[in-house]
Structure formats: C-alpha cells, structure tokens
Design a protein around this ligand. Structure first.
Ligand code: MCN
Ligand code: SMO
Length: 781
C-alpha cells in the first residue's frame, strides 16, 4: 500500500477508541457476581508476625498464607553464582519485610466493604530493626532482611582489569559520586487483575494489566500448582506499564487462588497509595566512578563501584539481578573504555522489591558516566562537549565491540552529538553566559549521549541467568476470506502503538491497506507464545516475525493469483492488495474467496498451509541492536530559590529504520517527560525506619505539562545490518538521558558559584543546599 507501510506517519489506529473513552481496562470489567479484594498491608518495615486475628464471623472472607492451599512461595531463580534467592510469599508469613507488604486478603461485594474488613484484621508484630539504606545495609552489624543469607548482599558481580598499571601513567584521576533516587513508575492505570473460573473450559480466565501475558500464565500455573492449559491470561487495554507490569505480582496469585476456590469472579484494583508505596518502586542506584585520563581527557580506565537497592525480594521472573547486570555491563555507554574495573553490590533492604522501569539501569549508568565526563572536562579544563567527542566510539570503528562485549551494530555517535550541539545553539549559549541575565538567573547547557541496547535476545538474557529466556518470536498472519488480514502476536502493546506499526510492517510486505489489517495481541488463548513486551524488543522481534510470516504468505498468495490468471509465478507481483500479472490483476479478495469457499479453483499443487502462516524470527546475532541518542538541554537556575526551569530541550535520535516516525517521536516525548520526572521531581523517600514518606501525589511530584518544554526532536537513521528492514528498538530511550543532561546543565549553571549536584531528583532544596555548601566552603577557605 503506497505510503502506508514502513516510514509512514500513520495516525494510531488504537487512538480512536482511547480518545473517545472507549478503551476497555480491567477497571471497566465487572462480570455479574464479581467480588473485590483489599489487602491488609504491613504498617512496619521489618517485624516478626506473632499472630493474625481475623474478625469474628469473617473467617471465610479473610485469607492468610495458611489458607492459600497449594500456593507456592515466589522464587525467582538465577544461575548467577553469587545470587541469593529470596522466597517471596504471596502473603507475608513469619516476617514482614517492607511497609505495604500484603499480609491478608479480604473479600467483599465492593472494594469499600473489603477495605472495611481489612481494617478489622489485627496483626500482632514484634518489631525488628529495619534496613532502610543500601550503603548502611553493608555495614557490619546491620540488621538482616533475610537472616539465612548472613549479609544483605543479594548479588555481587565484578570485573577486575588491572587498573594500577594504567593509573600510574594517567595525567588525571577524577572521582564522581552520584545517586539516583527510588521512584515509582506511575502509569496512568495502576495494576488490576480480574480472575474467573470457566467451568466449560476448566480454565482460569485472568484479565490482568500486564506487559507479558504468557509469562504471567506460566507464573500463575507454577505458583498455583496447576497446569498451564488451565490458565488463560488476557491483557485487555493496558494504561501503561513501563516495566512494572512485566513481573508477577503476589496479589495476582492470591486473587487467582480465590477465584479458583470460590468459582466466582474476583477483582483487585491497585489504588494510588498502594502503587506508590507497596509495589512499583524502581531505580535507586549509587555509583562511585573513578576515571583515569590523559592530558586531553581521553579516558584510559574506569574504576567503578555500584550499589543497587533492590528492596526485600527478588521479582519473578526478571529477578533482582537485572539492574546490576545492566549497570555493570552498560556503564561504559557509547564511550571507548580501554580498561574497566567494576564491582556491583545488589543490596536487600526493608523496602518494596525493585521492578524494571523504562531504561532499566541505563538512566542511572548514563547519569553516572555522563556526569563523570563533565567532571573530567572540569579537571582537564576543556569543554565537556569536546571531551565527550574525544571519547565517543567513532563511526569509522563501527561495528564496534566494546569492553563489556556489547556489539554496537551501526551508527555515528559523534555526529549525533554534533547535531545536538548545533540544534541547541551551543555557541550562542556560551556567548549568552558571558553577560549576567536581567532576572539574575544562571544559564547552563548540558549534554548526554547514550546507547540503548534493544531487543536483546536469548544469549543476553541467558547470560543474566533469568529463568525465562526469550527465544524465537512468532507471529501469525492470516488472509481473511474478504481479503483483509489478521495478525496475531504474543507481545503486548500497552501504549506503544503496535496495533498500527505491526499493521504497517504487514502492509509493507503484503500491500494490504493497514485499515484492513487487525492486530490481535496479549491473549494466551489466541496468540503465539511470547515472553512479551519489555526491553524495547517488540518492533524488532514481533515486527521481524510479522515480516517473515508476511513474506511466506505473499508467496502463497502470488502462486494462487498466478494460477487464476493462468500466468507463471515469476510474472506476477503484488501491489495495493492485488496480485498483478502482465495483462490483468486479481484482488486479494478473490484469493480469499477461492481458498476458503471455492477450493475447486485452486492449483493442484497448492500449499496446504493455505493463506495462514505462523513463523518465528530472531535476529542474528541476537545480542541486541543498539539505538542511540544525544540530548542537549538549556536550563535557567534561580540561585536564590534553587528552582530550575528547562528553557530548551533537543533530542537527536537514531533507531535505524523508523516504522512510524510519528510514533517514534511520541515515544521520545513520553520518555523524555519521564526522564525529566527522574531528574527534577520524582522520589519515594524513606525515613530511617523504612517508612515511605511519599504516599500520595501531594508529596510524590510528577512533571506537569508546564514543566516539560516543547522538546525538539531530530533523527539520524543508521539501519541495523542484522534486523528486518534495519529496524532498531527505541521505546525506553527517551527516559535514559534527561537525568544526566539536566544535571550537567545545572552544574554548568552552578559553575560560577563552585557548586555541584549529583543526586536525583534535583529539587530546589537540593540545588540550594549545593549553593549554600559551596558558599560555606568559600568562606571557610
Ligand atoms: N517504533 C518504530 N520504529 C522503530 C522503533 C520503534 O516505529 N525503529 C515504534 C514501534 O513500532 C512501537 C514503539 O515505537 O510502536 C515502541 O517500539 P519498541 O522500541 O519495539 O518498544 P516495545 O514496543 O517493545 O515497548 C517496550 C518499551 C519499554 S521496554 C517501556 S518500559 C516502555 C516503552 O516501550 N513502556 C511504555 N514505551 C511505553 N510507551 C507507553 N505509552 N507506555 C508504556 O508503558
Ligand atoms: S522497563 Mo521496559 O518494560 O523493559
């Protein structure tokens, strides 16, 4: 279909229902007889449970772990040798390990009734000292989250290059410390699950707000102790996931157990308070990075220590290893690092389990590495922009295998940075900074460049030791009797727009108008197995599978078409949904009619697979394709209040061939907005007792429309040599660079005052504290 395949800025098909309020989420579903649950949650971070007392007469409406017969503890296994598994009980048993941990499940006709019941449950605790900070968690004598471990270290990884030899000849040694706060993901829709027992199928039908329906099916079957065929998981419309919805939630298991036991529909809808405090925590990394450089700031070696606070338990199936594995492996970023030493400590604390969140560890590593680049620039007395250029992998070195064996498949990183500098008007800003601003504010400009490994496949995930490793991604394409097309995929679009972009890929090959292509996803009963949508893998993997399946289908269609026109197959092609021969053409509608309704007209040697194809795809190599971007930002900072305003934001983005450039831009806007949240606003702070201090949107700040400048996006296009059509993933990228670029801009603005910030969120209070500390240092000197 000319103009509607790959590269078209097609309006998103799914937006029609969403913009008209006709989406269908778990919260919109209420089958008759449905009951709702509320959870009794721990008010303390660390305690032994002495006794749980159910309200009198409500014993059959309140459930503790002892009642959940057959339910297994959630154990996310890893093959990594130093990994310590944590048994994550669906409802707390013996001990509670974080504020918000579910202890008992209460059921009522309405959520309000269930909540009232939950209020009446009495839990008798014996307080234990909590571990609330990941660095203190390593100190001798710290309380233990899991006594049997003997320490709070859940995983330790290291790589030990010989730094000393390099250090001896380095001109500069620069140490940068930084910390990224614990955050919540805050999709518009929180977690929701509705489970019903289907007597006819003997099946649990689970509508759940998830990114990974097939994984959740496996998880539910495993933890409920039933067969996988007895579970059908359907993800209806999902209002954002951002990583939170790619792990099995204990509430999901509990609700399914109850639905199976009572044979009535049971629903759980997470509220905001639960979301912020009990489940959806993310980020929280601490870095100490020491760089050794030559006179010009070229990096000779990096020596880093990384701490990740993963909270009390390891999430299933991605485990608590993912953050540290990504942090250690991705810290070098787009830069050439000849010698690299890194030690990562994954720390258990009395806080909610850490889930993957858009970018996983990469916003933190970009923060650490790009702050280090700027620190190097200050030390050697050069422009950060130039030091960045000095260290980026040049285009002439592509493809490039970096020190941690990341295989950068294509791209021109320096060109990306140069474009960002040009677009932001770098020279002009340096000129502007020479004169004081009329309003007394300080102007700063900052950059960050990152690589985003996307669609990393079997070899990468299996090296990270997780129990469920992605393999071949499959897709089904089916020509309908009327010439339309059905596409079925196991990935799960929850805001990314894949109902549109996967249709565009099928259209590119088959020439059917996307208006006549429907994409079915997120239903284990209807779609091929898939590990789902995460790691910006879907368009490369599922898109690749749709492309391969469509290519097989188009051959079969052409064969039937050629037969109908009585010409050779070599003499036909497809265009606009027709098989076109030398003198005539046949509509795909005719092909559909003949296959389904008039098989007597088919050629004798027709492929009995018919006009329906399921096939698999995996790029080779499957180590992931590397998208990359440079971000540049201008800030104005009020030195009296510490308030930072973003004046301008530029993104130069490269995800290879774009399927739908408008959607790529949309993904970038959304990602950058979230990155701005990480940089300036968002934090779930914990006090020393492990109490969350932000439990509503009054104290958990999100960027609003007026806090996000109108982001200017530019693209370079470096197709991947290893994927269908040269497509790279990009769904996480926007969120990776803003903390680093904004911190660098703030520090650029603060330079005349001798102040620096190095932890997120960079709130007015923190910026002001940095200014006051610098003033105190000056007056002391
Ligand atoms: N795309 C494209 N051309 C490319 C690359 C991507 O047109 N070269 C389009 C794709 O067709 C798709 C979208 O951009 O419509 C994102 O594609 P991809 O990079 O493959 O990412 P996934 O579809 O696998 O989505 C996962 C990714 C992740 S890991 C997080 S986290 C995240 C993100 O997507 N969560 C999101 N973006 C999100 N967007 C929304 N609205 N909601 C979320 O929860
Ligand atoms: S955090 Mo995205 O779901 O990989």
């Amino acid at each position: 279909m000319a103009g509607k395949g790959i590269g078209a800025r097609l309006l998103r098909k799914e937006d029609d229902r969403h913009l008209h309020g006709r989406g269908r989420f778990v919260g919109d579903m209420a089958p008759s007889g449905m009951k709702e649950v509320a959870f009794v949650r721990s008010p303390v971070a660390h305690a032994r449970i002495r006794r749980i007392v159910k309200p009198e007469g409500a014993e059959d409406r309140v459930f503790t772990l002892d009642d959940l017969t057959g339910v297994k503890l959630i154990r996310a296994n890893s093959k990594l040798p130093t990994y310590k598994p944590s048994d994550y009980p669906v409802l707390a048993t013996g001990k509670v390990r974080f504020v918000g941990e579910p202890i008992a499940m209460c059921v009522g006709d309405t959520r309000a009734e269930a909540e009232d019941l939950a209020q009446e449950v009495v839990v008798d605790f014996e307080d234990l000292p909590p571990v609330a900070d990941m660095l203190k968690a390593r100190e001798p004598g710290a309380a233990l989250v899991h006594e049997q471990w003997g320490s709070n270290i859940a995983l330790e990884t290291w790589r030990d290059d010989d730094i000393d030899a390099v250090a001896a000849k380095a001109a500069f040694k620069v140490t940068q410390e930084c910390r990224m706060a614990r955050q919540a993901m805050v999709p518009m829709e929180g977690k929701g699950v509705l489970a019903e027992w289907d007597e006819r199928q003997g099946q649990l039908i689970v509508h759940t707000s998830t990114q990974v329906p097939h994984l959740i099916r496996s998880g539910l079957a495993e933890h409920l102790g039933i067969e996988e065929r007895q579970v059908r998981v359907i993800a209806p419309d999902v209002g954002g996931g951002f990583g939170f919805k790619c792990v099995l939630q204990p509430e999901e298991v509990a609700v399914c157990w109850l639905a199976r036991k009572t044979r009535s529909p049971i629903r759980y809808l997470e509220d905001r308070r639960e979301h912020l405090t009990a489940a959806a925590n993310a980020r929280e990394h601490h870095y100490t990075v020491t760089a050794y450089t030559d006179q010009r700031g070229k990096i000779l070696a990096i020596d880093a220590v990384v701490h990740v606070d993963v909270g009390a338990y390891s999430v299933w199936p991605f485990t608590s290893c993912l953050e540290a594995a990504q942090a250690g492996g991705n810290l070098p970023g787009p830069y050439i690092i000849p010698t690299y030493r890194v030690h990562t400590y994954t720390m258990a604390t009395n806080k909610p389990p850490l889930s993957p969140y858009r970018g996983v560890a990469r916003p933190s590593v970009c923060f650490a590495m790009d702050l280090t680049i700027d620190a190097i620039a200050r030390a050697v007395g050069r422009e950060p922009y130039e030091v960045r250029l000095e260290n980026l992998v040049p285009a002439s070195a592509m493809p490039y295998t970096n020190i941690t064996k990341k295989f950068f498949d294509s791209g021109d990183y320096p060109e990306s940075l140069k474009r960002a500098a040009k677009l932001i008007g770098f020279e002009a800003i340096r000129e502007r900074q020479k004169k004081p601003e009329r309003d007394g504010r300080l102007i700063g400009v900052g950059f960050a460049t990152y690589t985003e490994q996307t669609a990393h496949g079997t070899s990468v995930f299996s090296a990270w030791g997780i129990p469920l490793v992605p393999g071949y991604e499959q897709a089904m394409v089916r020509l309908m009797p009327d010439g339309g097309l059905e596409v079925r995929v196991g990935v799960q679009s929850h805001g990314q727009g894949m109902e549109t972009t996967l249709a565009q890929i099928a259209s590119e090959v088959l020439t059917i108008d996307p208006a006549h292509i429907s994409v079915t996803h997120g239903d284990t009963g209807l779609t091929p197995f898939s590990t789902g949508t995460y790691a910006s893998r879907s368009i490369v993997m599922a898109g690749g599978a749709v492309s391969r399946a469509s290519k097989i289908l188009v051959e079969r269609i052409m064969r039937i078409g050629a037969h109908l026109m009585q010409v050779g197959q070599a003499d036909v092609r497809v265009a606009d949904g027709r098989v076109v021969g030398p003198k005539s053409s046949v509509d795909f509608r005719e092909i559909g009619r003949v296959w389904y309704k008039n098989p007597e007209e088919l050629p004798a040697n027709v492929d009995l697979g018919g006009v329906e194809v399921t096939t698999g795809y995996r790029p080779n190599p499957d180590t992931g394709t590397f998208a990359y971007s440079s971000h540049a930002v201008v800030v104005a900072l009020d030195p009296d209040t510490g308030v930072v305003e973003l004046l301008d934001y530029v993104v130069v983005e490269d995800c290879g061939t774009m399927v739908n450039p408008m959607i790529v831009d949309g993904q970038t806007y959304g990602g950058v907005a979230q990155g701005i949240g990480t940089a300036l606003y968002e934090e779930v702070p914990y006090d020393s007792e492990g109490q969350p201090l932000a439990s509503t949107f009054l104290d958990y700040l999100l960027p609003g429309a007026t806090d996000v400048p109108s982001i200017r996006i530019d693209h370079t296009v470096s197709p991947s040599p290893h994927t269908e059509f040269g497509i790279k993933g990009m769904g996480e990228g926007g969120a990776i660079a803003p903390p680093a670029s904004i911190a660098n801009a703030i520090n650029d603005a603060l330079r005349p005052l001798g102040a620096e910030v190095n932890r997120t969120p960079m709130t007015p209070k923190r910026v002001l504290a940095a200014i006051l500390a610098a003033k105190a240092r000056k007056s002391a000197a």
